[in-house]
Write a protein of this length. Structure first.
Length: 257
């Protein structure tokens, strides 16, 4: 295992430096699944039920950059409801440049699509996810979801992908995204989806921000699953901002190259 990287001051890095630090593998042959989370020093994943209370300027910068680099933003239905998700908005110039370099992006600078995992397709078709101007959302659901639920979301403009019989697994999620040519995957939660992906050995990369505050309370952790399934990870970088924010990136050893 390589040595733990030395901390780098965020203020010493340019935008291009950050693009290189967070770039996906060049032309991945299969969906590469990255997860992004922010947590407090004491491990809280939310403040009063939402992650926004943990955000810092550095975290918001990296949050936006990770979306710029992705083909698709993957998120669980519970997080969509809690965080009032809408369409993604990104740096069109950077996405055009990445496409020209063969590193993802989009020829027209179009933002990545939002893909929601919902086994029952139980989403509100009047919510921001469906009414925001932008690319039509993808709903990864199951054959067991009711026909009425599926029809409502299709009528609201969603593209439905059946990703399992009763449960959306990491393998079926990857297959569904692969069928659409979406290989640079950014998962933004929530904890249950992250836990399921860990259990299915489906996480390639974790970008974790540590917000410089203690929260206490009863907030949960970034990944939740009934059974502990340790997955060894390799540290790729550690960045420090002037306000104390710590930005880390971890990767499964076998995913590189």
């Amino acid at each position: 295992m390589p040595p733990v990287p030395n901390a780098i001051q965020l203020t010493d890095l340019t935008r291009d430096d950050l693009v290189e630090l967070y770039a996906y593998p060049v032309e991945p042959s299969a969906p590469y699944l990255r997860v992004n989370f922010v947590t407090s020093i004491d491990g809280a994943v939310t403040v009063d039920g939402r992650s926004g209370g943990l955000g810092t300027p550095a975290d918001k910068t990296i949050f936006a950059l990770l979306r710029d680099l992705a083909d698709v933003v993957l998120v669980g239905a519970g997080t969509v409801r809690a965080e009032n998700y809408g369409a993604a908005h990104t740096d069109s110039a950077l996405r055009k440049r990445l496409h020209a370099e063969g590193r993802g992006g989009d020829p027209d600078g179009t933002p990545p699509r939002i893909a929601v995992v919902s086994a029952r397709a139980a989403l509100d078709p009047a919510s921001k996810l469906f009414t925001d101007e932008g690319a039509r959302p993808i709903i990864l659901t199951t054959a067991a979801a009711s026909d009425d639920n599926k029809k409502r979301l299709i009528d609201a403009g969603a593209e439905l992908i059946l990703a399992g019989e009763n449960l959306c697994t990491a393998q079926s999620i990857r297959a569904g995204l692969e069928s659409l040519g979406l290989r640079r995957v950014l998962c933004e939660g929530g904890p249950s989806l992250f836990g399921e992906l860990i259990a299915d050995r489906g996480v390639d990369d974790l970008c974790l921000t540590v917000s410089p505050q203690l929260v206490g309370g009863a907030a949960g952790r970034i990944a939740v699953y009934p059974k502990a399934l340790p997955t060894p990870m390799v540290p790729r970088h550690l960045l420090l901002d002037t306000d104390g924010t710590i930005l880390t990136r971890w990767e499964r050893a076998h995913t590189r190259g």
